[in-house]
Design a protein around this ligand. Structure first.
Ligand code: SOE
Length: 396
């Protein structure tokens, strides 16, 4: 029977009209709490019809005033200062861990055991051991699990993956990636959690390096070995008037050998003045090359060897056509999108996996990807410590 809904007469049975609702509980209200909340609110009307409608059930954080303020700001129904209460909340079906690295393991494992689907910010853990435990708990619980490596969801990066998958590039020879920022190059920048190994696990490596390691695995394949250097340029910083030791790397560089024969270089630092969020890679292959720069994220630079030689050169492809990845949800050609929209794509992918029982892989990263990423990070630290090439070995 048609149903009066305000001034609109809705035709068709109710069931086929409305997407399922998913109750979301998030831990963390800082940078990633803001980016995730923004994406959850934008998803239902921009990736329309939504695969699921997120219900902002609860937000948790240590500071009662701050978490209440965040609940009001983003529209969460409840605010908790103890994440255990959030995980116990029966309305929470999806647990979103947007907290610092040292509070990924315990809550993620508890959420999995409570039967919640889990999306966790990167890096999954502070090391391979923690990451392994989270992966095993998620697997045993049979829940859907994802690591928020959001750069897989840039249209230009997904296009790169699709070109490679379709064989358009042929055999890959090189993967060259840097992730450069500048924000701690000033020696007066104070001690923060990202510079404390007990909280962060590692420095530029886990924070920025984990992104380009994930892109290496997403676009090229599994690394076979690494040979690396790490450096801490400023070894102590001010912390509330006293001096505190920096216990993580400020930068790393690594040589990578891939299982498929490609070779590569990875580099991440937060001591590159002028580089704001410069995550850039270049792939050189049998049939051509690709280049991407996050600071110009709507473009993919492409060189194909079969171009007529008179016009050979890198083409700046503006990835904003209706036939480009994700673009059907946004605007007419050329009306570009930004960094925040990668999180909208990411949640759409995760909710699709939950609602339609699909694998998060290969286009999303799951906890196994998070574990493998951590093994590679640990190998880079071991190689730098022992000044030797280290093979990559995963537990099955
Ligand atoms: C570091 O400043 C940081 O916020 C990373 O933690 C994020 O993962 C990256 O996307 C942007 O830079």
């Amino acid at each position: 029977m048609p149903e009066e809904v305000g001034f609109i007469t809705m035709a068709g049975p109710k069931a086929e009209r409305e997407a399922p609702t998913l109750g979301v509980g998030i831990l963390g209200y800082a940078f990633m709490g803001k980016a995730h909340s923004n994406a959850l609110k934008k998803l239902p009307y921009m990736m329309y019809p939504p695969v699921a409608v997120p219900k902002l059930v609860a937000i948790a954080g240590r500071n009662a005033d701050a978490v209440r303020e965040a609940a009001k700001r983003y529209g969460y129904q409840k605010a908790y200062t103890d994440w255990r209460q959030l995980i116990d909340d029966p309305e929470v079906q999806v647990f979103d861990n947007s907290g610092p690295n040292n509070i990924h393991a315990e809550p993620n494992i508890a959420a999995a055991k409570a039967g919640k689907h889990v999306i966790s910010e990167k890096p999954l853990g502070r090391n391979a051991e923690e990451s392994w435990e989270m992966w095993q708990a998620a697997k045993a619980a049979g829940i859907k699990h994802m690591v928020a490596f959001n750069y897989r969801f840039v249209p230009a990066v997904r296009l790169a993956r699709e070109l490679i998958e379709a064989g358009k590039l042929g055999r890959i020879y090189h993967f060259r990636a840097v992730y450069l920022q500048e924000w701690i190059a000033d020696e007066n920048f104070p001690m923060v959690w990202r510079l404390d190994q007990s909280i962060a696990g590692s420095g530029a490596l886990g924070d920025l390096g984990s992104h380009i390691i994930d892109l290496a695995r997403f676009l090229v394949g599994e690394p076979k070995s690494v040979m690396a250097l790490t450096k801490t340029f400023i070894t102590e910083r001010n912390a509330d008037g006293r001096r505190e030791k920096v216990t993580v790397d400020d930068a790393f560089v690594a040589l990578v050998e891939f299982e498929n024969g490609a070779i590569g270089t990875l580099e991440a630092t937060r001591f590159a003045p002028g580089r704001k969020n410069y995550n850039s890679f270049e792939i050189n292959a049998e049939k051509g090359s690709l280049r991407f720069n996050l600071e110009n994220l709507n473009y993919l630079e492409v060189f194909m060897r079969d171009q007529p030689r008179e016009i050979q050169g890198f083409t700046q492809v503006l990835v904003s056509e209706s036939y480009h990845p994700f673009w059907k949800y946004w605007w007419p050609q050329g009306h570009i999108i930004g960094w925040e929209h990668t999180f909208v794509h990411e949640f759409h992918h995760f909710f699709d996996a939950i609602v339609n029982n699909k694998d998060v892989r290969p286009y999303g990263a799951d906890f196994e990807d998070g574990y493998r990423n951590a093994v590679i990070c640990d190998a880079i630290l071991q190689s730098a410590r022992e000044r030797r090439q280290v093979d990559i070995r995963y537990q099955a």
